[in-house]
Unconditional design. Structure first.
Length: 139
């Protein structure tokens, strides 16, 4: 990254996650998603997509490495990181009468996130799409 280029909206730096039972879920995962980009993680169940997202959302801490949201390390300042995220689960609808798009639009209106994480499944594979939304001015 140079001085004229802003920090990525989402960045994984050498993420490792080893659970207490010894299962290695992530092994040095690194990527960067800049404003306006869409990054998709594709893979079979157990490939580490959900674990990666859970680290970004600070539901679990990495064993090693860092997940950053707009330059904020998620496990060091989780509240500041969460202010910049919106998460759309494959199963949960915040407003049951809304479509998925309407739920997303409502979340964007209320939270004004800088990044969006979505989960979707199909044909036995899961796709995690991470969208870096343009940086927004504080309200």
């Amino acid at each position: 990254m140079n001085a004229t280029q802003p920090a990525p909206m989402l960045e994984a730096r050498g993420l490792v996650k080893r659970y207490e039972d010894g299962v290695l879920a992530l092994d040095l995962v690194s990527f960067a998603v800049r404003a306006g980009e869409i990054y998709a993680m594709l893979g079979a169940n157990g490939a580490g997509k959900t674990t990666t997202i859970n680290i970004f959302l600070n539901f679990v801490e990495p064993t090693e490495g860092e997940a950053l949201v707009d330059g904020i390390v998620t496990h060091k300042d989780p509240l500041a990181a969460k202010e910049r995220l919106a998460y759309v689960s494959e199963n949960v609808m915040l407003y049951p009468n809304f479509t998925a798009i309407q739920n997303l639009e409502q979340s964007l209106k209320q939270n004004r996130p800088r990044a969006l994480i979505q989960m979707a499944t199909g044909s036995g594979k899961t796709m995690a799409a991470i969208t870096a939304v343009c940086r927004q001015q504080a309200p």
